[in-house]
Design a protein around this ligand. Structure first.
Ligand code: GDP
Ligand code: ZN
Length: 306
């Protein structure tokens, strides 16, 4: 499934033809009742709508998902909206200038990736406008993230540098694309997705007839790379609501490997005695900036009264 607009879903058949379909009855998946049960990236079975006048199609089954990302409904804390599924990796496009992406934002994204078991790639775009100061900051961040195991790329969509390295990472995979508004996501999509396909998807879906519906996610085929990209224009951040305070450090890979060395097994690594994380920090084995992100995230979880 490539895109949903209201109760209509844009589906591509095995023959490569886009069609719109609705759902039959109420789907209940993983115990979650969702207002919008089919996610972009889902593999579905479709059948011709029985008695349907216009040859409408019906989604009759959703295949089991390898993984998915969701978002808490703003109206109802207990209702989650599944945005995208069956992802192999995610790319976060960031910038160090116009606009500047904060490290805190990047780190929250990385924690979400760890929690969902989706590997993250961090792209620094707009390198053409980086001066000495930004290049130094880029090198610092690259070193920090690569040491933890993340892939980091420098790119300029303006000058089309670094694009090939990124394309190479997409081959054969389904990739989630994220980033603040203004970092160059649309520029990237326009550069890699054939114009024809963008147009086809634009007109597909019955909301085209004057009805405005928010699309949270949309998938594109990159046939020449045997790849799929899922764009999530309506989403700033994914829900991290389900991470208990005790678990947060498990989603910082550089902390994860040291947790067993803390004196207390419920250590939050703030001011407990015998804390291996604090010790590693003092010895310069862990990045102080990453620890600050951890401490800040821990605080926001506390406010949610776990
Ligand atoms: P989106 O909001 O993430 O989709 O960002 P856009 O792709 O719309 O880009 C926002 C603005 O940044 C546009 O004016 C682009 O032309 C510009 N932009 C995108 N990539 C680059 C880049 O590599 N260098 C520079 N200087 N500008 C860029
Ligand atoms: Zn500790």
């Amino acid at each position: 499934m490539y895109k949903s607009t209201g109760s209509w879903y844009t589906v591509k058949t095995e023959e490569g033809i886009f069609c719109t379909a609705r759902i039959r009855g109420i789907f209940k998946i993983d115990g979650i009742t969702s207002s919008n049960p089919v996610a972009v990236g889902d593999f579905v079975n479709i059948e011709e709508e029985p008695g349907g006048e216009e040859g409408g199609m019906m989604i009759t089954e959703i295949e089991e998902r390898n993984n998915y990302i969701n978002r808490q409904s703003p109206a109802n804390k207990h209702q989650h909206h599944i945005i995208a599924s069956n992802l192999n990796q995610s790319i976060l496009i960031t910038t160090l200038k116009e606009p500047k992406t904060s490290q805190g934002f990047t780190d929250r994204f990385l924690v979400a990736g760890e929690a969902y078991h989706i590997p993250s790639i961090i792209v620094f775009n707009k390198s053409d406008i980086y001066r000495k100061k930004e290049m130094a900051l880029f090198e610092e961040r690259r070193e920090m993230y690569e040491a933890i195991g993340y892939t980091v790329l420098l790119m300029s969509m303006e000058k089309k540098t670094g694009l090939e390295s990124l394309e190479r990472l997409l081959i054969g995979k389904t990739t989630l694309l994220s980033g603040h508004s203004g970092v160059g996501k649309s520029s990237f999509i326009n550069a890699v997705v054939p114009e024809m396909e963008i147009k086809t998807l634009e007109v597909s879906g019955r909301s085209g007839k004057g009805m405005h519906t928010t699309t949270f996610a949309q998938m594109y085929d990159l046939l020449y790379l045997n790849a799929y990209i899922i764009d999530t224009p309506g989403i700033r951040e994914f829900g991290l609501v389900d991470i208990p305070r005790q678990e947060l450090s498990h989603y910082f890979p550089e902390m994860r490997s040291r947790l067993n060395d803390c004196q207390f097994n419920n250590c939050l690594h703030i001011n407990e005695p015998g804390c291996a994380i604090k010790k590693a920090l003092e010895e310069g084995k862990l990045s102080f900036n990453r620890y600050v992100s951890y401490a800040m995230m821990l605080e926001t979880i506390e406010e949610k009264s776990y």
